[in-house]
Write a protein that binds this ligand. Structure first.
Ligand code: HEC
Length: 129
């Protein structure tokens, strides 16, 4: 095989990889972009900002990000964040926890699902305490 043929083969492989993104990856990217666009003004995965840090939030007890000053309203909620509860939260945080410091709602169910699966991908399974 000549050098040119090897180069052409490599270029072909790279082009193919770019043309065929795995669907799961495309969805995760979408959720990440939505998260950064809709939530990133107040939240990040690893730092408390206006809202608490989100890494590990799926499966975590509600209102327990270390060092974040939660409202009494959200602290009244018991249990852990499941995808179903996050879906309720993103539809109406003021309904789930009246008086909470978060007001943003995401009316579109598909967008909520994409954001929640992004949060789940940033939540390695943790021991449930
Ligand atoms: C304008 C600022 C703001 C935006 C935008 C925002 N949040 Fe929040 N979020 C907060 C605040 C403040 C809290 C703390 C609520 C409290 O203490 O009552 C919070 C709390 C939360 C919690 C509870 C976390 C825990 O540790 O129990 C989750 C989950 C959450 N937000 C998800 C989201 C998601 C997902 C988005 C984007 C779709 C988003 N938030 C957008 C301000 C915001």
């Amino acid at each position: 095989m000549t050098g040119a043929a090897i180069r052409a083969g490599l270029q072909g492989a790279v082009a193919l990889a770019l043309l065929l993104p795995a669907p799961a990856f495309a969805q995760a990217t979408d959720g990440k972009a939505l998260y950064e666009g809709k939530c990133g003004g107040c939240h990040s995965l690893d730092a408390n900002r206006i809202g608490p840090a989100h890494r590990g939030v799926v499966g975590r007890r509600i209102a327990t990000a270390p060092g974040f000053a939660y409202s009494p309203a959200i602290k009244k909620l018991a249990g852990v964040w499941t995808p179903a509860r996050l879906d309720q939260w993103l539809q109406a945080p003021q309904k789930l926890a009246p008086g909470s410091k978060m007001y943003l709602t995401i009316p579109d169910a598909q967008k909520r699902a994409a954001i929640i699966s992004y949060l789940a991908s940033a939540s390695p399974s943790m021991p449930k305490r």
